[in-house]
Design a protein around this ligand. Sequence first.
Ligand SMILES: Nc1ncnc2c1ncn2[C@@H]1O[C@H](COP(=O)(O)OP(=O)(O)OP(=O)(O)O)[C@@H](O)[C@H]1O
Length: 257
Amino acid sequence: MDRAVHVGDVTQVYVTEERATLALQGISFDIANGEFVSLIGPSGCGKTTLLSIIAGLLPPTLGEVTVAGQYVEGPSSKVGYMLQQDYLFPWRTIEANACMGLEIAGTLTKEKKQGALHLLEEMGLLAFKDYYPAQLSGGMRQRVALVRTLATEPELLLLDEPFSALDYQTKLQLEDLVVETLRAKKKTAILVTHDISEAIAMSDRIIVLAPNPGRIRKTFQMTEAVKAAVPFQARELPEFHVLFRQIWQEFGGVQHD
Ligand SMILES: Nc1ncnc2c1ncn2[C@@H]1O[C@H](COP(=O)(O)OP(=O)(O)OP(=O)(O)O)[C@@H](O)[C@H]1O
């Protein structure tokens, strides 16, 4: 089956003593296997809520989600999460942190551990396997977090602003590394970001959400050239700037022409 994710008419209402908030209303989209989709939109449009529903951390008020053909009814090893903070354990070595997801899932075998070490090597971190997180830079720690996520071999990766705490240069390097790694492994991914450039450079498709109530405002398909390039090169393509301008307008951005 070619469909990795199906989001069907998802609505989310948060009810507190003061008010009921319609955080998402009638959200529907599908994601193909190996596709990289970004969710962008202003603060409060429901990006994190939608990611939590897809991850199985929050049951939707209405609607359904499937991942790899199965209904999402709770957290599953099919889905890996990478967040803004790396959440590495400071008292564990890099190798032990890289194996943490496997340990939690109860699937840490000798073979899987080899797989985690191989991923550390791919990320240029093998020489640091006996180090502790405090001895590594922020970018290196995020690479360990990526290894920890990939080591469990999830079918879908959810990336919730994973680069927003990093300096600009490290962020650009990591964008390339993540895209190259996910493409090589044919992984499906959903990225939540506030950064329009990052979304264009990394994605095959961008879904722009609007707030109050959270809904899909518009979907943008990236061009074949943007999709084929690594993020750093994508930023240099002429159509990158056209896409940026179109998406910026959806945010109500100012036009300069
Ligand atoms: N646990 C909650 N209880 C009540 N309301 C909530 C809760 N979580 C989110 N909301 C509300 O739902 C709406 C969507 O929130 P959400 O955090 O999903 O948006 P977001 O697009 O991820 O925002 P940001 O970009 O600021 O992280 C907002 O109006 C928010 O105040």
